[in-house]
Design a protein around this ligand. Structure first.
Ligand code: B12
Length: 211
């Protein structure tokens, strides 16, 4: 394993953003695969933080600064992971539902979709049902993607689906849901159109649906 990638992983929990960003740039200059930097450096580091948090060895500030470092480094990697210029295959509106501030997964899904020439309009975190519906009216996407990382925010998917129905928008868009607590069974139960486990499978599924 490239030592710099191991350092990126280890520096994440320390929140050393400048050093991480500089190592990411060095790895890119040395022609390291950007997907490897993402998976074995940044995502592995975030996973270490999550495990430490679960074990009571790390606390919210560490998680938060780790997340900030991760988001900053993803911005550096984005141009190397994303092809551009081609016409987009489909348009996606993407938000994290009301009550939920988690956005790293959304950001990764966005990156992977962009790499498949899918246009993504990110409407943020803590997004309420009417804002999702307004975005459908404004941007006329093919797909609405919703993310939830909390068992407490997950039921809000149903509120959004209801609002889309009430505003006669539900039959105009496909609705995809995801995030750690979400399952295919839950997707079927609430009548969403698509669930996948991770960013790569979401991008692949939409790529196939709209090719
Ligand atoms: C980082 C993090 C935070 C950061 C978020 C920073 C940020 N900018 O996102 C901070 C510190 C703010 C935070 C806060 C909280 N968090 Co938090 N957090 C995490 C942590 C450690 C990592 C999440 C993450 O980014 N993972 C990495 C990304 C890449 O993975 P992902 O989000 O799962 O996304 C992938 C898939 O799920 C999927 N996906 C995601 N979205 C979508 C959408 C679609 C359409 C599809 C198809 C797929 C898809 O693709 C993604 C990429 O492959 C998790 C632990 C964990 N193991 O998940 C806890 C966790 C989610 N948090 C948790 C909790 C409890 C909280 C707090 C309530 C803590 C508190 N007491 O305040 C608050 C809630 C704040 C709020 N209102 O949202 C719990 C949730 C428990 C539960 N079952 O509800 C977890 C599981 C930790 C734990 N073990 O207890 N958190």
């Amino acid at each position: 394993m490239n030592e710099k990638i191991t350092s990126i992983r280890n520096l994440l929990i320390k929140g050393r953003m400048n050093e991480i960003n500089s190592l990411v740039k060095q790895c890119i200059d040395e022609k390291e695969d950007p997907q490897t930097i993402l998976n074995e450096g940044l995502l592995a580091g975030m996973d270490d933080i999550a495990k430490k948090w679960a074990a009571g060895q790390a606390f919210i500030p560490e998680v938060l600064i780790g997340a900030r470092c991760m988001n900053s480094a993803i911005d550096i990697l984005e141009p190397y992971l994303v092809k551009s210029e081609d016409k987009s295959k489909c348009k996606v509106v993407f938000g994290t539902v009301k009550g939920d501030m988690h956005d790293i997964g959304k950001k990764l899904c966005t990156l992977m979709m962009k790499s498949k020439d899918i246009e993504v309009i990110d409407i943020g975190v803590d997004v309420d049902a009417n804002t999702f519906a307004d975005a459908v009216e404004q941007y006329q996407p093919d797909v609405v993607c919703m993310s939830s990382l909390l068992t407490t925010s997950m039921p809000y998917f149903e509120t959004v689906l209801e609002t889309l129905k009430e505003r006669n928008l539900r039959d105009k868009v496909k609705v995809a849901i995801g995030g750690a607590p979400v399952t295919q069974a839950y997707c079927d139960q609430i009548g969403a159109d698509l669930y996948t486990e991770d960013a790569v499978s979401l991008a692949d599924a939409l790529d196939q649906m709209y090719s």
